[in-house]
Design a protein around this ligand. Structure first.
Ligand SMILES: *[C@@H]1O[C@H](CO)[C@@H](O)[C@H](O)[C@H]1NC(C)=O
Ligand SMILES: *[C@@H]1O[C@H](CO)[C@@H](O)[C@H](O)[C@H]1NC(C)=O
Length: 207
């Protein structure tokens, strides 16, 4: 299945997250789109042993996550979560990474590892000490998991759950972006052997 259609169509989106500012609707002319970045570095390999081809020649998400500076905050978070960095480094587990722009992470009212309920319960020291660090790491993992779909290629309108267990079902539409969050998908940054890295204009609103 060809997946490039996502960038060839107009993307209309607004931020639906109540905590975030609404972005004006952007209507792109679909005759006027820049071509996708070509498939990076995928040398043709002799069709010998499938598993060897994957591990020797396949470029993986782990190889490309850090390439695009506009999402390097999220790439850093993902690197810090062992289960996720292992996944990105595994040719057998496909993912669609929904990486929010640095600017979207930066404008959050709090850090992605901070939970207002924990501040209410534990006060300003909620993330200090060993327990606090554990809490912060757990929250960061949830943030990262909510931005990874364990499916790639991910067809339009196919309802899936992110890696975050408690999350609601999500899908995407050419016209309206990521749903039901209503987030504009800016572009596909990379397309590699175990999935794709998409750039989102907003952070997902998950629970
Ligand atoms: C990763 O892929 C392997 C092989 O296809 C599969 O057995 C395993 O369940 C997958 N792991 C996850 C976390 O999806
Ligand atoms: C994983 O992604 C690759 C690259 O897009 C694709 O060729 C392959 O069919 C995908 N595997 C699954 C199980 O979806």
């Amino acid at each position: 299945m060809r997946f490039s259609s996502i960038s060839l169509l107009p993307i209309l989106a607004v931020s639906a997250s109540p905590k975030l500012l609404t972005i004006p609707k952007v209507l792109q002319d679909d005759t006027n789109q820049a071509p996708l970045v070509p498939d990076p570095l995928r040398p043709a390999m002799p069709p010998s042993d499938d598993s060897k081809i994957a591990s020797q020649s396949g470029v993986l998400i782990s190889d490309v996550m850090g390439r695009d500076r506009s999402i390097n905050i999220f790439a850093g978070f993902a690197r810090d979560v062992a289960s996720i960095s292992n996944r990105f480094d595994n040719s057998k587990n496909n993912s669609t990474v929904l990486a929010p722009l640095n600017s979207a992470v930066e404008k959050l009212p709090r850090k992605p590892w901070e939970d207002p309920k924990e501040y209410d319960a534990m006060g300003a020291n909620a993330y200090e000490g060993e327990d606090g660090q554990d809490r912060a790491h757990r929250n960061l993992r949830r943030f990262v998991e909510a931005h990874i779909v364990p499916v790639s290629p991910w067809p339009e309108k196919e309802k899936v759950k992110s890696l975050l267990d408690s999350d609601r079902v999500i899908w995407w539409e050419k016209k309206d972006g990521l749903q039901p969050d209503d987030i504009e998908i800016q572009s596909i940054a990379s397309r590699v052997g175990n999935g794709e890295v998409w750039i989102l204009k907003e952070v997902r609103n998950y629970s």
